[in-house]
Ligand binder design. Structure first.
Ligand code: NAG
Length: 352
């Protein structure tokens, strides 16, 4: 039954058609393989030389760096995506920023148990504090404990960079200065600005070290960096606080809508810690605000900033077990598109 009659004929003819197809594909594939092999053999003939032409990667660097990004309270979209009280988010632009320079991301969820955050810190080669608004409570405490770990690791000779962006820079300034009231009000919302470089500034060892001179010149004349902040620190206030001014050197200042000057980029003296009042991640990856510059120069600013950060992360000596990294990567979460409303972030990762 079933092996005779019209059905078996049908099956047979399908099989024949099928196997012709398979043969065709196999023949095509074979010719590709053959031509590939021929090219490969040619390379093999030059074998010995070939290898010495390609210098080995620097064994002191780590070429699979992972960055921990601290999540911020809320859904990043004013309740449009989630009203869960335990929700926190990371704008996807920070993730893309890191990924664009050759690293992966593990989210450090601010309200998960501290032991888990500390375990995750062992899986990463650097940390990023994002923009946002939270300056107290559990978010602040978590960020402070992470900063402490970053300082301890570096003090112990383990290179471990921190990028502190906008709010991230503001809270690190509060922590380092030990002054809750260090911040001042500025009119810096939704505007692109220039960067004024500090006099006699050494570019080497800073985020600007590999910016082409022509781009550096443009940064001080054209509005290539995005600002979105209500707080900041004036250079005077910054220099008056001995803890802050001995920890960070001012790389750049910028000017707000009312002509007030604020510190816009800083670099720690003895640590791979960079603070930005501006948003290096937005130029290439955020579209919700019309003031964000998207020119080729502006996009290059994003790319050079990301490359500098990840080049610092490659110096980290952390070599975490691959399995643990995979289990914690942000790829385990899905970004949500929220840019249709045309305000705020385009995509966010929400944790709740
Ligand atoms: C969150 O709450 C606001 C106000 O009640 C409501 O308009 C919004 O739809 C809620 N968001 C979600 C995702 O449920």
């Amino acid at each position: 039954m079933g092996r005779s009659g019209p059905w078996s004929w049908l099956c047979f003819s399908l099989l024949v058609v099928g196997s012709f197809k398979v043969l065709d594909v196999a023949a095509a594939a074979q010719s590709i393989v053959f031509s590939g092999r021929a090219a490969g053999e040619e390379k093999l003939l030059q074998g010995g030389q070939k290898k010495s032409e390609c210098p080995f990667p620097d064994p002191s660097l780590y070429y699979r760096p992972v960055i921990g990004i601290l999540s911020h309270p809320g859904d990043g979209a004013s309740g449009r995506l989630s009203n869960a009280t335990d929700a926190s988010y990371i704008a996807a632009s920070y993730v893309k920023f890191v990924e664009s320079a050759g690293a992966r991301v593990i989210p450090l969820i601010f309200n998960e148990p501290r032991e888990i955050i500390y375990e995750k810190l062992k899986l990463v080669n650097g940390v990023l504090f994002t923009g946002g608004w939270a300056k107290r409570g559990l978010y602040y405490d978590t960020a402070q404990d992470i900063l402490q770990k970053v300082l301890e690791m570096n003090d112990a000779g383990k290179h471990f960079p921190l990028f502190a962006i906008c709010l991230g820079f503001e809270i690190v300034s509060i922590m380092i200065s030990k002054d809750e009231d260090i911040l001042e009000h500025f009119s810096g919302t939704n505007q692109a600005s220039t960067l004024t470089f500090a006099e006699d500034m050494a570019f080497q060892g800073t985020i600007f070290q590999r910016f082409p001179p022509s781009l550096l010149a443009k940064l001080s004349k054209e509005c290539l960096v995005m600002q979105n902040h209500k707080y900041g620190i004036s250079p005077g206030r910054f220099q008056q606080n001995p803890d802050l001014s001995s920890f960070f050197k001012i790389l750049t200042t910028s000017t707000d809508d009312e002509g007030q000057v604020y510190v816009s980029t800083v670099q720690a003296h003895g640590y791979p810690i960079t603070g930005f009042q501006w948003h290096p991640e937005k130029n290439a990856f955020e579209w919700g605000v019309s003031a964000i510059p998207h020119s080729e120069d502006a996009v290059q600013v994003t790319q050079h900033a990301a490359n500098y950060f990840i080049s610092e992360a490659r110096k980290s000596s952390n070599r975490p077990p691959a399995g643990q990294v995979l289990a914690n990567l942000i790829y385990n979460f899905r970004a949500t598109y929220c840019g249709k409303a045309g305000k705020g972030y385009d995509e966010v990762y929400i944790f709740s």
